[in-house]
Design a protein around this ligand. Structure first.
Ligand code: HEM
Length: 343
């Protein structure tokens, strides 16, 4: 579909084409084959193994937060905690050295323009430069892992894709690059925004924070209510492969359809009184998508959110908002850039 479009500036831009090879943009049978090869990435046993590391990362980050609060009387939760936990968690799992995390965050924030609804020419240029850095980084990561394979997840993927493409190292490397790159970037801003949003929504009403401290059995509900109320991704786009009818609406072949997750989550037919943030709601949401492309990292994002919130509530009973939030000017991928807190 992209190749048939007449606007070369948009659909043929380097950064956009790069994303068209990732899991999220593939169709069956290629998508089925790649997704099946990954299996259930974050099954119960894997999450159990990751839990102590996530706890360690949270403790370390909350030490840094406490230090900032002691020194300055207030601290910005976003750069101190929310943006660091996802990159540490995924970085540790993939065996990415801590000194590379800042570089990865930097190109991720610039690359994301290509995934916005209507990127401008200058945003596409920023995204193209970030894409080149991203490609160089992950290509090198795979090359280094090939030189020193181990029992880590990337080495296991290398063995799998080498076996799928015997004698064609370049094809295996292409599949590996798109996989490692996409899983990394898909996990960062999304989870960081969830962590910041959840704290913001709970602190907006001071009574809510202390109520949840007394009712820790509702922590999971509170996280899903934050996911419903203000999802990190607001919009997803599909193109109709055939003439079809969706919920009574005719959709012609090749029509672009935008799914508005935020609006769907606030549909009163699915969630009563939808604009009220209610930590006891047990509502439903589309924040992780649905169907064949359902988010592969949902369980990991929830683990990070649960660990952070549990520790924050225990360690900072008097946490309060100081200022913010502030957001990057985006439409599809929401990114909170600042949320100042105090005690
Ligand atoms: C709060 C955090 C997150 C949110 C809100 C989120 C949201 C989404 C959404 C909306 C999709 C598209 C689903 C669809 O098209 O139906 C998606 C896909 C995906 N997500 Fe997430 N995500 C989050 C965290 C993560 C994490 C932590 C990872 C990996 C460690 C991850 C990996 C992926 C991958 C690989 C896909 C593509 C799946 C496919 O196309 O088969 N996500 N995510």
């Amino acid at each position: 579909w992209q190749e048939r479009q007449s606007d070369p500036g948009r659909w043929h831009a380097t950064a956009i084409r790069e994303m068209s090879h990732t899991l999220a943009r593939l169709n069956a049978p290629e998508h089925t084959c790649r997704r099946r090869a990954l299996g259930n990435l974050f099954d119960r046993a894997t999450l159990q193994d990751m839990r102590p590391d996530v706890e360690d990362h949270v403790r370390g980050l909350l030490d840094a937060l406490a230090e900032r609060l002691r020194a300055d009387g207030e601290a910005d939760l976003v750069p101190t905690v929310s943006e660091r936990l996802p990159v540490r968690t995924v970085g540790h799992w993939l065996g990415i050295p801590a000194e590379h995390h800042a570089h990865i965050l930097d190109f991720t924030h610039r690359q994301v323009h290509a995934q916005e609804l209507l990127p401008t020419k200058s945003e596409l240029a920023v995204s193209a430069a970030a894409t080149a850095e991203m490609r160089a980084y992950f290509t090198d990561l795979i090359r280094r892992r090939r030189a020193r394979p181990g029992d880590d997840v990337v080495s296991r993927w290398i063995r799998h894709w080498d076996a799928q493409y015997p004698g064609d190292r370049a094809a295996a490397d292409r599949a590996l690059y798109h996989l490692v790159m996409f899983i990394t970037i898909a996990s960062l801003e999304t989870t960081a925004t969830l962590l910041s949003t959840m704290v913001w929504l709970l602190l907006r009403d001071p009574g809510r924070w202390s109520w949840l401290r007394g009712h820790p059995e509702h922590v999971d509900n509170a996280i899903d209510e934050a996911l419903r109320y203000d999802p990190p991704i607001h919009l997803n786009t599909r193109v109709a492969a055939d003439h079809t009818v969706l919920a009574g609406v005719p959709v012609a072949k090749d029509t672009m359809v935008h799914v508005l997750y935020g609006a769907a989550n606030h549909d009163p037919r699915r969630n009563e009184d939808p604009h009220t943030f209610d930590v006891q709601r047990k509502g439903s949401h589309l924040t992780f998508g649905g169907g064949a492309h359902y988010c592969l990292g949902a369980a990991l994002a929830r683990l990070e959110a649960r660990t952070l919130l549990t520790h924050l509530l225990k360690r900072f009973p008097d946490l309060a908002l100081a200022s913010g939030p502030a957001y990057a000017p985006r439409m599809v991928f929401r990114r909170m850039t600042s949320l100042k807190v105090t005690t």
